[in-house]
Design a protein around this ligand. Sequence first.
Ligand SMILES: Cc1cc2nc3c(=O)[nH]c(=O)nc-3n(C[C@H](O)[C@H](O)[C@H](O)COP(=O)(O)OP(=O)(O)OC[C@H]3O[C@@H](n4cnc5c(N)ncnc54)[C@H](O)[C@@H]3O)c2cc1C
Length: 384
Amino acid sequence: MYLLNEEQKLFISQIRRMVTEKVAPRADEIDRTGEFPWDLKDIFQEMGLLGLSVPEEYGGCYQGHLYTCLAVEEIAKACVSSSLIVQVQSLGWHPIMIGGSEEQKKKYLPNIASGKKLVAFALTEANAGSDASGVQTTARLEGNEYVLNGTKQWITNAGEAGIYTVIAITDKSKGARGASAFIVEKDTPGFSFGKKENKMGIRASSTRELIFESCRIPKENLIGKPGMGFIVAMKTLDSSRTGVGAQGVGVAQGAFDAAAAYAMERQQFGQPIISIQAVQHLLADMATQIEAARALVYSVAKFIDSKAKDVSKESAMAKLFATDVAMKVTVDAVQVMGGAGYMKEYPVEKMMRDAKILQIYEGTNQIQRNVIGQALIKETAKKR
Ligand SMILES: Cc1cc2nc3c(=O)[nH]c(=O)nc-3n(C[C@H](O)[C@H](O)[C@H](O)COP(=O)(O)OP(=O)(O)OC[C@H]3O[C@@H](n4cnc5c(N)ncnc54)[C@H](O)[C@@H]3O)c2cc1C
């Protein structure tokens, strides 16, 4: 139906088998303990899932964004936290690929592509959420070093990652044009982490502060030129947001499968509840929304893989639509299962909690609508 080729179908079936055998049995436990699943990270690494769209010359296999989305979707069917390991690896290496020098790419990308090192992307701060221009972390040039001071908030993979791409202000007088992007390695003196956040969902994913206290990094760790930080960050998010859409498709499909299976078994009024038309209609709407979301995510991923210049509007649409579908479908899955859906014995309760973050991170869905709206204004003005 999605016109996937034989190689892509084989790729999906290999991941599906791994997810059934390794990820699904761990999902409930790591949600309870909040433990980062290093064992699953190692499996993803062995399967080459941590460098799927990194070009071959930098140690990746350059299968592209569609493959990343296919992998993320399959893993998210069982566990959104685990799918985030693949998703954030893709988010974190993009700043280096987009703005980095040849030297930086050769130095950092092979370790990221092979999965030897996890990576994190750090833009958000206490006063810089939707309004990224509120960044207050500073990077001051002193001789051959930049000195970083400030605190990043809610950074995925914080503490687990070995490499961090960080947005900091190099020239306060220039506002958003005074921000720059940097590479910071984990063990750099003056760089530490806050406590693990206690979250509603994706509980096995590490979310912490990054704290910079006179943290000195070589000036060669500046990505691109001073002042390019926001361009690098926005282009990174444009490329990465489709993967959040894929997480949405995955968790929605996982919840649908659990709810449909339950509805076949659960007897009320002398029949399986799936025979009741009201339940069928709920399932029909859920299935239709998932197919629409999947079609949009795959087509935008292919669009990005075609090396299209501006993918901002399309990737925002994929993220917005697929993650709103994920929220709606996971809530409806709980409804189809009634009281059982509310119980921790069944997976849809966790899926509903996990789905919520997808409407928030990598830009809230209100911000996606703003991105789409701005693009529409430009397109409409051009047509006049
Ligand atoms: C679990 C988790 C993991 C995260 N991982 C990372 C990470 O790895 N790296 C990173 O840099 N960040 C990360 N974030 C931060 C995330 O991207 C931000 O939370 C998000 O961008 C929203 O910012 P905020 O939470 O400050 O909300 P706010 O900006 O305070 O927004 C609050 C509300 O106001 C609305 N709003 C604000 N401005 C507008 C506007 N102009 N138009 C319409 N509505 C608006 C928002 O949509 C939202 O509903 C993570 C967050 C969480 C919770």
